[in-house]
Write a protein of this length. Structure first.
Length: 455
């Protein structure tokens, strides 16, 4: 299908599809920025306990995510494979979000563990079909970036809203983390069902034409491992999410305790996301000229530079912090946009090599990587801060400050440099993908003709 023809799919359909990412980001953003600190400071669990529980729960995800991805590929319904999953699991996700974000007073570590074990599989049953749905809307190299751009712009709008609203409705400096999370969760509960209905109504589900043959999960995982471009981007994606997750998990504590700008934290992150929204279109155009992986690698290098700069901000200097957050907004927008679009291209490569179209399983692995990397980041940073004796707003030792600065700045920056090198060597360019898709189309035409000629 030509680019011009694919663009006729309709901007309203793309916008409706992308709109679902906004409320999903409303609930996902606090999972990293606010939820672990709340359980560690206001619920009363130790930093080590919170970090390890988020980390240990990923072993459960390693079981549930591939199963959900496989079922999402196999179960066929009259109106497609993807929409029904989102429709059926949306109410359950709403319930789990409220229980997770607003725990009863005096809960123990057992409650947090149960919430983690229950929330993330439900989240998976929404996100894997949702991302698979977007990949199957187009086979075009550039159009996939456009679809991902719509989705991630909506995601950043949701993040911006969830950070901005508390600034107007709550005392950002005096409100507790529980109050902030309660307001954020309320926003999610209002907008999520509306976005679900809009996406299901206006966006087609094109998954029905590609049903994978019945092979077992072990064979499918072997297929994924044999897909060299996917292994490359998956490895880089894990490294990036782990590094960026380290920064995200401690940035609030850093802004409050190291810089003394706790009242400005929401404003700084809000401005960062406004800038990121404005810059998505620019980076999409850059990717058209240079290729997705090259643009992605450039952003990782620039993000590493920005993180190093955190160690040089003077305490209490809002202007320096503002300039750095604006720069971060410019360079971090593609961290969300490019990986799903690149993975979509590796799925075509895998289909060419094996004949299977296991979109849901690929998205399951991507979700597992994302959640595992972020959880590992929390599982590393919080115990290290606890070991160093760090206390929010307290009198901290030189060791505690050194560990904090390393976790928010130097360590993630160095890890991002490694990821940039891996991304830079990504083998599946637009030209190579075009050749693969031509061979796929030729093979499918031959299979169709053979089937028609079979008596």
């Amino acid at each position: 299908m030509h680019e011009k023809a694919e663009n006729k799919m309709g901007i309203w359909s793309l916008a409706a599809y992308g709109s679902l990412a906004a409320p999903l980001s409303i609930v996902f953003t606090p999972l990293i920025l606010f939820l672990p600190p709340m359980y560690a400071t206001e619920v009363g669990l130790s930093l080590t306990t919170v970090g390890l529980l988020f980390l240990l729960a990923r072993f459960w995800d390693a079981v549930t995510d591939p199963i959900v991805g496989r079922l999402c590929d196999r179960w066929q319904f009259s109106f497609g494979r993807r929409k029904v999953w989102i429709l059926c699991t949306a109410p359950l996700l709403m319930l789990m979000a409220w229980l997770f974000f607003q725990p009863p007073a005096g809960v123990s570590a057992v409650y947090l563990l149960c919430m983690i074990l229950l929330f993330y599989p439900v989240w998976t049953m929404v996100m894997i079909p949702y991302q698979s749905w977007g990949i199957e809307l187009s086979q075009n190299y550039q159009q996939r970036t456009r679809i991902a751009g719509f989705r991630e712009i909506a995601s950043m709008i949701g993040t911006t809203a969830v950070l901005g609203v508390p600034m107007f409705l709550l005392d950002a400096g005096g409100a507790t983390k529980r109050e902030v999370l309660g307001l954020m969760c309320g926003m999610f509960l209002v907008f999520f069902p509306v976005a679900v209905m809009l996406a299901l109504w206006k966006t087609p589900d094109k998954s029905g034409s590609r049903v994978s043959p019945r092979v077992n999960l072990r064979e499918l995982l072997q297929v994924l491992w044999s897909n060299a471009p996917f292994v490359s981007i998956a490895g880089a994606y894990f490294i990036v999410q782990f590094a960026y997750g380290m920064y995200l998990s401690v940035i609030q504590l850093f802004i409050i305790s190291a810089l003394g700008l706790g009242k400005d934290f929401l404003l700084l992150v809000f401005i960062k996301h406004i800038i990121a929204i404005l810059c998505v279109g620019f980076w999409v155009r850059v990717s058209r000229r240079l290729g997705k992986h090259i643009a992605y690698g450039i952003c990782l290098l620039l993000t590493a530079v920005a993180l190093v700069a955190f160690s040089s901000i003077d305490p209490g200097n809002f202007v320096q912090a503002l300039v750095l957050f604006v720069f971060l907004g410019i360079v971090t927008a593609p961290i969300l946009v490019f990986p799903p679009a690149i993975v979509a291209d590796t799925i075509d490569y895998g289909r060419w090599k094996t004949g299977n179209a296991d979109t849901g399983l690929y998205m399951a692995i991507l979700q597992l990587i994302n959640k595992s990397a972020l959880a590992m980041a929390i599982g590393v940073t919080f115990p290290l801060l606890d070991w160093a004796g760090f206390e929010e707003g307290g009198s901290n030792s030189a060791l505690a400050w050194t560990v904090m600065h390393g976790l928010v700045s130097w360590v993630p920056a160095l890890i991002l440099l490694v990821a940039a090198v891996v991304i830079w060597r990504f083998p599946l360019t637009q030209r190579r993908l075009g050749g693969i898709q031509l061979r796929l189309a030729s093979r499918e035409r031959g299979q169709t003709a053979s089937a028609l000629n079979t008596p």
